[in-house]
Design a protein around this ligand. Structure first.
Ligand code: GLN
Length: 267
């Protein structure tokens, strides 16, 4: 009888141990999530070669935000830096787990990806040289306009051109915003259309050369940024949304915007 009790006790102990190691009371397992971005988009994602990188040498509002969300979700965030125009494809083919790239929430994109709650309100601005005679998109009729390939600026300018509203001499589509700005500074193009905070970043770096304006005829609509997820990853989306909503409510995104705009300037 004694032997039987001892044996039962031993069995119970072994079973309890097995249940424990199978994950009963354990922390959720640490995972790695790949963030797809296009790091030429100060203040949202850029390379900080001065040791102030947040994930590797990458810094910016999206990078800090993703890093903070990763802390809450017990996940390491690694960055895949690529061209903006290929991000949705990279997500669909599961090369990346989510997009954080100052990406505007649009109904056509929402058919291909799931967007998080919006975390930033932006809109397009026109960047021109200080002395240029342009004050509206209509003034750019017959001019050479630069945009970043596959962005909302590209869509708006291309649509206007093909619909014959304001027609341009040429639309140049760049992979990197900085290249467009360099062409503007050298006088080979007349204007660059880009998101307001990014325009402001460049202007801060070339205050005597660049001028930014908002189209007075509301040529560009309002835009909101969201992080994007594979259509099947609804659980990951929910996890991000919970943390992201909390961080927005706490003013963390506002804090990051002020931090990056005052402490850094783009290259
Ligand atoms: N907000 C713009 C878009 O979604 C541009 C984003 C970007 O260039 N990173 O198209």
């Amino acid at each position: 009888m004694k032997k039987l009790i001892l044996l039962t006790a031993l069995l119970v102990a072994v079973m309890a141990f097995a249940a424990c190691t199978a994950g009963g009371n354990q922390e959720p397992e640490r995972r790695t999530l790949v963030m797809g971005t296009s790091a030429g988009f100060f203040p949202f994602e850029f390379i900080a070669d001065d040791g102030r990188g947040v994930i590797g040498h990458y810094a910016g509002i999206d990078v800090s935000l993703a890093a903070r969300i990763g802390e809450y979700l017990n996940a390491d965030i690694v960055i895949q830096d690529q061209e903006f125009a290929g991000l949705i494809f990279a997500l669909q083919s599961r090369e990346i787990d989510f997009i954080a790239a100052g990406m505007t929430i649009r109904p056509d994109r929402a058919e291909m990806v799931n967007f998080s709650v919006p975390y930033f309100t932006a809109g397009q601005r026109v960047v021109v040289l200080q002395n240029a005679p342009f004050n509206s998109v209509a003034d750019l009729e017959g001019m050479i306009v630069g945009v970043q390939l596959g962005t909302t600026a590209d869509i708006a300018i291309t649509d206007s051109h093909t619909e014959g509203n304001v027609t341009f001499q040429e639309i140049l589509r760049y992979n990197q915003p900085v290249t467009a700005i360099m062409d503007l500074l050298s006088g080979s193009i007349d204007a660059v259309v880009i998101d307001a905070p990014v325009a402001r970043g460049f202007q801060a770096n070339y205050p005597d050369q660049l001028h930014i304006f908002y189209d007075p005829n509301n040529f560009f609509g309002p835009e909101q940024f969201g992080m994007a997820f594979h259509l099947e990853d609804t659980e990951l989306l929910a996890e991000f949304n919970e943390v992201l909503s909390r961080l927005i409510a706490e003013g963390y995104v506002d804090y990051l915007y002020n931090y990056y705009m005052t402490e850094f300037t783009p290259e």
